[in-house]
Design a protein around this ligand. Sequence first.
Ligand code: PDD
Length: 289
Amino acid sequence: MIVYLNGAFLPPAKASISPLDRGFLFADGVYEVIPSYRGAFFLLDEHLERLRRSLGGIRMPEPQPDEGWTPMLEGLLQRNPGGDRSVYLQVSRGAAPRDHAFPAAAAPTVFAMVSPIVETRPDPGEAGIAAITLPDQRWGRCDIKSVALLANVLARQQAVESGAVEAILLRDGVVTEGAASNVFVVHGDTVSTPPLGHAILPGITRRFLLDALRDTGWDCREAPVTEEALRSADEIWITSSTRELVPVTSLDGRPVGGSRPCPAWRRALEIFRCARDRSMGIEDAGAIR
Ligand code: PDD
């Protein structure tokens, strides 16, 4: 494995960061997770645009590598050959004597690494994943993709300890998102997902799925999803760059919807993958693999 740190491609053991790094001391940084399929990035521009937004949200100038983000990220993929992979890219405010206020001068730390995309989607014939609901205890700017993820970490751990895969978070009686995903619910022919705002991350997969479904005539709403609407949904899906679109078939230990194995999810995944492959210029678009 080769990682990228501040201009160099290195084995992880050689990549060292100061303990005074504000990413370590304050979680003062932001990140992206960018998927790649067959060696090419999917929606890279959208991820870089969101990175810029997150940096703006924490009032950090954009620290581009000398060659720019794209050659650096592609160089990292080439140095880590394999199947479908995601790149984790983190930018922190850098090392400086510990003080909450911004340092007068600190070079930002830019780190990137590659991970395999592990297929968590069940086979179409199988049941989907289990999720639990939890109160959303995060801060008020969840639209910034901050590395300060302690509340998400604790929620995800509680899900795992309950035998589930994801935690779906509720605030003031409505769904916000998953610990590391956006949430969609299906009622009849209508697909709903919570609206953008400070309470959720503007997921790249969420946006792409909404556009792809609307292009094929689906009724998609970006509107508050109440706890009652979550619990009465025919289907629940979660989306993220590393999972694409996954059905939740058990919520707090109870089955979601009827006994049918998520027919809308199946069609939606087909549409998503067709649109994904088309946008990447991949030939055999469409087949659920
Ligand atoms: N997380 N909401 C949260 C809180 C997330 O952490 C993520 C993704 C999403 C989905 O966003 P996107 O479709 O752009 O990946 C929503 C990444 C994958 C992670 O932290 O590993």
